[in-house]
Design a protein around this ligand. Structure first.
Ligand SMILES: Nc1nc2c(ncn2[C@@H]2O[C@H](COP(=O)(O)OP(=O)(O)OP(=O)(O)O)[C@@H](O)[C@H]2O)c(=O)[nH]1
Length: 397
């Protein structure tokens, strides 16, 4: 049977698999938030450096603060609550492109800042959606730029200071390297997940194999138990219980086919003396040998049972009275000829047999056995070691 350890193992495995299937916040949403939370304040600093002293109105600083300090958290909050967070994050990336396009146009297309804004959104779209993502990012950036130019006027201001250029390069490099490191970490996580899943799958397969092994064992045991329930443990012949379930069936079959059904009751003569003189072990040996003899000389359709202590019953379908009488004689002689030796002396054994055949001697199954029993009684009464056929015409006990 599957022990407590086996069961624990299955439960643990199922719990781990269930845990790994629990919905978690999608890594894309989480990663992008962390990247934005770091990179956008840096961009704010670079733009502050760039715009400082240009006499920008307060509204510009407010919008810039909103865009670079508040916006990353707002869109993260929105994506987390969306029914499909990864899809919402894709929309966030497109919004990034659009807004940065607008800012870049409004700022007069500063080369380093513009490149920094464009590449930071395009790279994320590329990672998530490949060429398609780049195309969308580019398109939204262009639309944003057109809108920015429409609002702020079409002008070019590419003269960024050395510090702004340097910081923009630091920003771009940091962003790209950060993305590279994240991609690497992601690959590691995926590798680990894959090997964990494989190990778990192998574990489940092993448990599955163990379970089906157990099932086969149980099936085999059930077959054995069923066999044991209908067999006599000493002789291996069928027991009385099995006879009860078979007799009715055989009776009906023989009636249907219009063939006789014979019952033979065999009883070892003076068996008590065998036990008393030579011991129970020798008595058992005699019973086993008689069982073997009956099995060896039976047809496939015959049923040999141990009916009681030293009493055996044979159910012989299709056997008429004459044939049955001859076979009973053969068994009686065969038993008498058995070579069983005890302390250098051969045992002298004999059998008495009562034979009854339906429909000659009985018109129902129980009566058939009773008629065989009566014939056996007569055989004993007539001096034993003989076969007696039931009396025809005596249908009632
Ligand atoms: N060794 C052994 N003896 C058994 C077993 N079952 C019943 N017996 C013995 O079989 C004997 C039957 O004795 P009786 O019914 O007096 O019959 P008998 O001595 O054979 O005499 P008759 O049948 O009249 O010839 C008893 O001594 C039982 O103990 C068994 O499984 N093993």
């Amino acid at each position: 049977m599957l022990g407590p350890n086996g069961r624990d193992s299955i439960n643990k495995s199922l719990a781990m698999t269930a845990a790994s299937l629990q919905p978690k916040l999608h890594w894309v949403v989480d990663t992008h938030w962390r990247v934005r939370a770091l990179a956008y304040p840096l961009a704010f600093f670079i733009l502050t450096l760039h715009l400082w002293g240009q006499g920008q109105p307060a509204l510009v600083w407010v919008l810039l603060g909103l865009q670079l300090l508040i916006y990353p958290h707002l869109i993260y909050w929105r994506a987390r609550r969306a029914p499909d967070p990864p899809q919402a994050e894709l929309h966030n990336l497109l919004l990034d492109s659009f807004l940065f396009g607008a800012w870049v146009a409004w700022l007069g297309f500063p080369a380093f800042i513009g490149f920094m804004f464009f590449i930071s959104t395009a790279i994320n779209s590329a990672i998530l959606r490949g060429f398609n993502g780049i195309a969308w990012s580019l398109a939204l950036f262009a639309v944003g730029a057109l809108l920015g130019a429409a609002l702020g006027g079409w002008h070019f201001y590419s003269d960024e200071s050395g510090w702004v250029k340097l910081l923009s390069m630091v920003g771009i490099s940091g962003y790209l390297l950060g993305i590279g490191v994240l991609a690497h970490q992601r690959t590691q996580v995926l590798r680990h997940t894959r090997s964990t899943l494989r190990a778990r799958e192998a574990e489940l397969q092993a448990l599955n194999a163990a379970l089906s092994d157990r099932l086969h064992q149980i099936e085999r045991l059930q077959v054995e138990l069923r066999e044991q329930a209908v067999r006599d443990p000493l002789t291996g012949l069928f027991n009385r219980r099995y006879l009860q379930s078979t007799l009715e069936r055989e009776w009906a079959r023989c009636q249907r086919e219009g063939v006789p059904l014979c019952v033979m009751l065999l009883d070892i003569d003076h068996f008590k003396q065998v036990n008393d003189r030579h011991g129970h072990g020798v008595g058992d040996q005699v019973l086993v040998r008689l069982g073997q003899l009956l099995l060896e000389q039976s047809r496939r359709e015959d049923l040999a049972c141990r009916y009681g202590g030293e009493e055996f019953l044979l159910l012989l379908p299709g056997l008429g009275a004459d044939e049955a009488y001859e076979r009973a004689q053969a068994w009686r002689q065969g038993f008498a000829a058995l070579d069983i030796w005890v302390n250098g002396a051969r045992l002298n054994l004999s059998l008495s047999v009562g034979v009854a055949v339906a429909p000659d001697h009985a018109n129902e199954p129980d009566l058939l056995i009773h008629q065989a029993d009566m014939a056996l009684y007569a055989a004993k009464a007539q001096g034993r070691n003989r076969v007696v056929l039931a009396e025809a015409g005596r249908m009632h006990p």
